[in-house]
Design a binder for this molecule. Structure first.
Ligand code: SAM
Length: 319
């Protein structure tokens, strides 16, 4: 019996060492999670081997923690990032002032993490979500079932029911925003295990965001909001000193976004985190940093547009 316990302990130490050698910063936590997920020693060995080979921990576990929820994430589906909780917090704040039950749309929903978290935190809401990827849609349907959410498969807003036009209180959209040339610099976890369509935002990273920004106004209710995630380099910048544009941060569907000048950023990989704690090996889909007067660097940028209003920016905790 004593030998059995010693054997289990030494097997655990060996797993931690292998994970640490593979670059897993929180190897103890990962070893505990993988051990809990395995039904038998052979399963555990296989999970550890896959993790050491670079598969995202969340894909091995089948879930990711997001805003205190356990979100189902199948292999091949984008793993929700902690930084995206900014959009959830902003959405919940905005929904508090809307007539009940408000309507929320999660565009490019992936696993449906944002919509699930908003529904869990905001009370009764009518939830619709869309994604082009059938695997993501299957996941989102599971995650949004408790909220009675409707998940539609198709291109951006195309599959939304026409009855929603002009009735959406908050639209959240964490869409692909990595510039194509930067994809090669992503950490292998993202590059090799998340679909390119979930990451690639085109030449400047803003192809999908521009389309979302153009489509949103016809869905938003008066006073409704669109909340998106970008890197700070992609978000509108303060006006240049000369010549001063009339309203450089104002945006309408017919104006180019973001306003020039803008240049494609270089990738700056940084650690990401495992479900619920610590730092996950590798970085996020794109290294998002926000630099604002009076704020330290290293935060994630989010933007918000009110229907008929101007863009505003917020920051999330460390990505
Ligand atoms: C960066 S992932 C974000 C997923 C989710 N919003 C999140 O934060 O976890 C982007 C998602 O957009 C979806 N997507 C990309 N292009 C799309 C399009 N044209 N129409 C619908 N979904 C799209 C991808 O399948 C992917 O699930």
């Amino acid at each position: 019996m004593a030998r059995g316990r010693a054997g289990v302990a030494s097997a655990r130490v060996s797993i931690v060492e292998r994970l640490r050698a593979a670059g897993c910063v929180f190897a103890e936590d990962e070893a505990r999670l993988l051990t809990a997920a395995a039904d038998a020693p052979a399963d555990l060995a296989a999970l550890v081997a896959r993790r050491v080979a670079g598969e995202p921990l969340e894909h091995l576990l089948g879930w990711a923690e997001f805003c205190g929820l356990r979100i189902a994430v199948d292999p091949g589906v984008f793993v929700p990032r902690r930084r995206t909780a900014l959009l959830v917090r902003e959405a919940v704040t905005l929904l508090a002032g809307r007539p009940s039950p408000p309507t929320v749309v999660d565009m490019c929903c992936g696993s449906g993490a944002l919509a699930a978290a908003v529904a869990a935190a905001a009370g009764p809401v009518t939830v619709h979500a869309t994604d082009a990827d059938p695997a993501a849609v299957r996941c989102a349907r599971r995650n949004l079932a408790p909220a009675g959410g409707h998940v539609h498969q198709g291109d951006l807003d195309a599959p939304l029911p026409e009855s929603l036009r002009g009735r959406v209180d908050v639209m959240v959209a964490n869409v692909p925003y990595v510039p194509t040339a930067a994809l090669a610099h992503l950490p292998p976890e993202a590059r090799d295990h998340e679909p390119r369509a979930a990451l690639d935002g085109g030449a400047d990273g803003l192809d999908v965001l521009r389309r979302v920004a153009a489509a949103a106004p016809t869905w938003l209710a008066p006073g409704g909001h669109l909340l998106v995630e970008t890197s700070d380099r992609q978000a509108p910048r303060p006006p240049p000193p000369s010549p001063p544009p009339a309203s450089p941060r104002a945006w309408s569907p017919t104006t180019p976004w973001p306003p020039p000048p803008w240049s494609a950023p270089a990738a700056r990989p940084r650690p990401n985190r495992p479900p619920g704690r610590g730092v996950r090996r590798g970085g996020g889909p794109w290294t998002s940093r926000c630099r604002r007067p009076g704020r330290s660097r290293g935060r994630t940028a989010g933007c918000r547009w009110s229907a008929g209003g101007r863009p505003r920016r917020g920051t999330a905790g460390r990505a």
